[in-house]
Design a protein around this ligand. Structure first.
Ligand code: GLA
Length: 722
């Protein structure tokens, strides 16, 4: 039993963590503890009551030593004496939540219309805690999924209107977590287009700090993940909490250090611009969040997320299958292609070991630049005279499968679809629509619009044997309004849009589970746990420059496993940075995710072709081992800018190491890279040099990194236990 209830205290346990919650005498839900396993101990005594000036006492409480303002809570209300971050705000009055009942259930209830971690395999139990605001009739059902074996929790809140009058929610966060006064540091993954997920760590200060997105997508700018750790936490040791939101729309992550240095985190749908009208009896589901804690530092925390994603979030036949090596024509041709060019690319790719051709943007009628035609999803006869079916047939002769790019959420003003249905895009009456990349966003909160889009996707998948779909999204949401919602419900449009996207993606998953879907949003603009429920891989970034990409993949690894990162080798000079790097560096970097090529392979020399062949062979042989292993970031103190990481295979018998030296250094010192995860009792042979090492040597002494003349030099090592 991973959930126990004794003496008014709920004790939730995973393999190495405990989470304790107490029902107070006043029926408030008090957060007692979350961290390393503490067994059965009652830790209520850690919270002595004290009178605090300007911290008010709940109505009817006989003393002055109890206040919501100082009580660590499971889900904070608003306007009733707790002046810290609120989790829930509704109507114009206070929200004061009291425990009413609970249920412990085997398995895990699905969250209506939202992505969430699945129940199987490995087993999960759920604690449902019901709270109520007796005045308004607002009821909150807090859900705690306890993944005992995989060591993580999920949390979400279902808000139900049990009153007799409609209520408007203004804020409905997924979870609230209060942590004791310690000098926590906050690690987030800010970025930008082509510079996604660059880790940033800073000490918390008093007051509210945080980040989020108001873009209608989780965004390139801030990823919906953060970690809290101690100042002494390293990659390998020390406490680290990680929090990831399983959501792809606008969100907020807020952390407040209060007057007594305690810390409250709340995370969920972005409250700014959000409202939701809840009629009597209706329920609102907040997105799920994944919570992980490790004493093995940030790597320990990341590994829990990696397992959670691989085992419980990704679904379908592709979740654990080796994915095909693809060649994508985007950077090879941009819009300038036809069937002949595609087939020539495919033939060359097939010779090198590539397995699938992705026809990127530009295959549909009228699309010769990014200014038109989104929404008109039928083949351009000038480019594909035999259509997608004919192309697939010709491709099959080369041995390659067909993949297709599509951007189903969008419409170009210059399109047949827009001419027929101008009201189908998100818009606000009387306001001119802001464009982004010359396109508008379809109002996917509407079922009729979704049905139309589905029909388009369905007919494409019916007419040709498409085995891979790249689902793109190339602008953010503005003038977010829906023609079908009344004025007082327009605050629902952004979340309803997201629910609409999920509903479409679920249709795709249910009808075509065998189609491998890769989500993309101008690179990694919707690289989040929500998307991973519908597609097991996400295009990590439009930046494929080896050096920049290694940084992006390093940052991405804090929350996301290698198996979900789409990684391509592209041409040089790189189209985003202009940098020239070796084919080896580009390959060594891309080999850690789902490998692809995005370049004109005809321009390769014979020697380079041989190198690509070797990369493909390495990927086919080792990707399954790499992706199922335990991933470690390997910091190299004293060598700024250098990056290293490694993977220990599930059976501990293989070790893979990556190192990137960004800039040449004259007369450079010798750096030793320690592999603290090597199995001490094993002897490993590095397969390219033939050198043998004891596991203890790799752990405690390390390996000498080879000299690296030149810029952006990578080393890829593979150790095999003897
Ligand atoms: C986005 C994607 C690219 C490419 C283009 C096509 O930017 O990230 O990979 O598909 O769209 O327009």
């Amino acid at each position: 039993m991973s959930i126990q209830f004794q003496g008014g205290v709920f004790k939730l346990e995973t393999r190495s963590t405990s989470y304790h919650i107490k029902i107070t005498d006043q029926a408030y839900l008090m957060h007692l503890y979350y961290g390393a396993k503490i067994g059965d101990a009652d830790v209520s005594c850690l919270f002595p009551r004290a009178e605090r000036s300007f911290s008010p006492n709940p109505a009817g409480y006989p003393g002055r030593d109890f206040s919501l303002d100082t009580l660590p809570q499971e889900y904070s209300g608003s306007g009733a004496g707790d002046f810290r971050l609120s989790s829930l705000a509704a109507g114009h009055g206070a929200v004061d939540l009291h425990y009413v009942r609970h249920r412990i259930v085997g398995g895990k209830p699905a969250l209506a219309g939202l992505p969430s971690c699945c129940a199987a395999p490995g087993g999960v139990e759920t604690l449902e805690l019901e709270l109520e605001d007796p005045v308004s009739g607002l009821c909150v059902r807090l859900l705690y999924g306890v993944y005992e074996a995989d060591d993580f929790f999920t949390r979400s809140a279902v808000i139900v209107n049990r009153g007799t009058a409609p209520l408007t929610l203004h804020r409905a966060m997924s979870f609230c977590l209060d942590l004791p006064a310690e000098p926590w540091q906050l690690l987030g993954l800010p970025g930008a287009w082509a510079r996604e997920r660059q880790p940033e760590r800073q000490p918390l200060r008093h007051g509210v700090q945080g980040f989020g997105s108001k873009r209608g997508a989780s965004s390139h700018q801030h990823n919906p993940f953060f970690a809290l750790c101690a100042p002494h936490t390293t990659e390998h040791s020390g406490p680290a909490y990680g929090f990831g939101l399983v959501y792809s729309g606008s969100y907020a992550c807020l952390v407040e250090q209060d007057q007594f240095d305690t810390v409250r985190c709340v995370m969920g749908i972005q409250p700014e611009g959000f409202s939701w009208s809840l009629g009597p009896g209706e329920a609102f589901y907040t997105p799920e969040a994944v919570l992980a804690f490790s004493r093995q530092g940030l790597n320990g925390m990341s590994q829990i997320f990696h397992r959670a994603v691989r085992t419980h979030l990704c679904r379908g036949p592709w979740a654990h299958r080796r994915r095909p090596i693809l060649v994508n024509n985007w950077e090879a041709t941009y819009f300038d292609f036809d069937e002949q060019k595609l087939l020539a690319l495919a033939r060359r790719a097939a010779e090198l070991g590539v397995e699938l051709l992705v026809v990127d943007d530009g295959w549909f009628v009228g699309r010769s630049s990014d200014t038109s035609s989104l929404g008109d999803w039928s083949e351009d006869p000038a480019k594909l005279p035999r259509g997608l079916a004919g192309l697939a047939e010709a491709l099959a002769e080369t041995g390659l499968a067909l993949g297709l790019w599509i951007e189903p959420e969008m419409v170009s003003p210059a399109s047949e679809l827009y001419r027929r249905h101008p009201d189908w895009c998100l818009h606000q009456p009387g306001r001119p629509a802001t464009t982004g990349r010359d396109q508008l966003v379809l109002d996917l909160s509407r079922k009729d619009v979704r049905d139309h889009v589905w029909q388009q996707i369905d007919s494409l998948l019916q007419k040709a044997p498409i085995s891979y779909l790249k689902w793109d999204m190339n602008r953010h949401l503005t003038e977010v309004g829906s023609a079908l919602l009344p004025p007082e419900r327009q605050g629902e449009a952004a979340h309803r849009y997201m629910l609409g996207v999920y509903e479409l993606m679920e249709r795709l998953f249910k009808h075509y589970p065998q189609v491998l879907v890769e989500n993309c949003s101008g690179g990694g603009g919707r690289f989040d746990l929500g998307m991973l429920h519908y597609s097991p891989q996400l295009w990590a970034s439009d930046d494929t420059d080896a050096l920049e990409r290694a940084k992006i993949q390093y940052g991405t690894s804090y929350c996301y496993p290698l198996s979900c990162m789409g990684c391509h080798v592209s041409a040089v000079p790189n189209h985003q940075t202009g940098r020239v790097t070796s084919l080896k560096a580009r390959g060594d970097t891309a080999l850690w995710g789902q490998l692809g090529y995005e370049m004109d392979l005809a321009l390769l020399t014979e020697e380079e072709k041989a190198q690509v062949r070797r990369q493909c062979e390495f990927y086919k042989r080792f990707a399954p081992v790499l992706h199922a292993g335990a991933f470690y970031r390997l910091p190299l103190p004293g060598a700024p800018g250098q990056l290293a990481w490694g993977v220990l295979s599930a059976d501990q018998r293989q070790i893979f190491v990556f190192h990137m030296a960004p800039a040449a250094q004259a007369n450079a010192p010798v750096r030793l890279l320690k592999l603290p995860f090597a199995a001490p009792g094993l002897r490993y042979r590095e397969t390219s040099s033939g050198c043998c090492f004891q596991g203890t040597t790799l752990r405690y002494a390390g390996i000498a990194l080879p000299p690296h003349p030149g810029d952006c030099v990578t080393t890829l090592l593979h150790f095999q236990a003897q």
